[in-house]
Design a protein around this ligand. Sequence first.
Ligand code: PLP
Length: 452
Amino acid sequence: MTPQPNPQAGAAVKAADRAHVFHSWSAQELIDPLAVAGAEGSYFWDYDGKRYLDFTSGLVFTNIGYQHPKVVAAIQEQAGKMTTFAPAFAVEARSEAARLIAQRTPGDLDKIFFTNGGAEAVENATRMAKLHTGRPKVLSAYRSYHGGTAAAINLTGDPRRWANDSGSAGVVRFWAPFLYRSPFHAETEQQECERALQHLADTIAFEGPATIAAIILETIPGTAGIMVPPPGYLEGVRALCDQYGIVFVLDEVMAGFGRTGKWFAADHTGVVPDLLTFAKGVNSGYVPLGGVAISGAIADTFARRPYPGGLTYSGHPLACAAAVATLNVMEEEGVVEQAARIGETVLGPGLRELAQRHPSVGEVRGTGVFWALELVRDRETREPLVPYNPQGEANAPMAAFGAAAKAHGLWPFINMNRTHVVPPCNITEAEAKEGLAALDEALSAADEHTAR
Ligand code: PLP
C-alpha cells in the first residue's frame, strides 16, 4: 500500500491525542507522539506520507509484521462467527490456540492459562508458584523487565520500579550474568557463569530455600539489553530449582515465538521451566493476548483444588483466532527459520561490521532478530554513551542517534544507552540491509558524542 499524504487528518489525530490520551511511562507534556496513518509488513507511515522501516516491531511484538492478510482475515472471520464468549466455556478458537501453543512449548508445558498480556501472565505464574509450593518469596534479577502491574513491576529490575516500589514484599533480587558489565568482575563467559550460579546459590541459602516459591528469569533478558546468558547458566539455575523444590519460571513474553530463531529462547538450551510466560509474538500483537504454559506437576496441584485466579477476557476468541492464524502463518511461511537465517547471515555480520567502523559501538550481542548495540562514550572504559536512567539533556547523544535514524527512514528501539535491533521475524534480506544502512548513518551521529 502506498501512503497518501493527508497532513490535515494527521493534525486532527494528534490534537485529540494531546488533549485526551494519557500515555504510559511518560511526562505528558514532554512527549510528541508521531501520528501514524498506516502500516504494512515491516513498515509504517505518517500522515505526511513518510515511511519508516520498523526496527522495533512495535514493542517487540509484530513478529510477522503489520497487517498480515491471513491473520486479518482470520480476525474478521472470527468476528463474524463469535466475537466474544466468557472463559468458562470451551470455544473453538480458544481450544485450538491452546493446542497449537502447547504443541510448541518445551517439555510437558501442556496446559495454557490465557491472559490479556505479559504482566498478567507474570502475575499469575508467580501466584501459581506460591500456591503450588506454599512458600512466600520470589527471586528475580536486576536488569530485567516483567511488566507494569503491581507484582510484575515489583519483580522488574529497572528504574521504572523505583517510583512504584513499596518495599517489594516477598521479592528478593539477584544479579544474573552479563559479561560486558559483569557484576562479578569476571573475564570469561565460563567465569561469569560459575560466579553467577554461586551468587544465586548463596542468595538461596541466605534467604532460606524453604521460603522460596519461584525464581523468575527472562530466558534472554530483552528490555534490559538482550543479554544472552553464558552456556550452562540456565541449566545451572534449573539444577538449583530441582535441588530445593523451587518453581523455575521462564519469562518468554519478548523472546518467545520465533524472535531468537527458535520457537522459544529456551529451545537453544534444552532447559524446560515449570512455568513459561508468553504474550506479544503469540499473535503478533494483533489483539491483546498472553498466557502461562503450565507443567504437568503444577497443573496437577489445581486438578482438584480450584486455581483462585481469572480474567473476564481470558482466552478472548478474537485474540485466540489471531493466535491460531499467526502460528499457522509462522509454520507455513517458515518464519522462525527466517529469523534464524536473517540473524546469522545479515544482521549478525552486518552489525559486527558496523561495530568495527563506529567508535560508539561498545558491544554487539544477540541472536535471530533479537540484537542490542551497547553504545559507549569510550570503548576502553566502556563508559555508557548516556548515564543509567538518563533524564533531559543527559539523553542528548541518544536523542541525536534516534533523530538521525528517523531522518534516514528507520524507526529505532532506544533504551538508555542501547539501541535494540528487533525487526519482525519475517523481515526480508533487502529490508534488513536497508535498516543496516540507515543505522550506519545514525551511528555516525552517536560517534560525535564519543570521547575520541
Ligand atoms: N515480560 C517481559 C519479558 C516483557 O518484555 C514484557 C513487556 O515488554 C512483559 C513481561 C510485560 O508485558 P505486557 O506489557 O504485555 O504486560
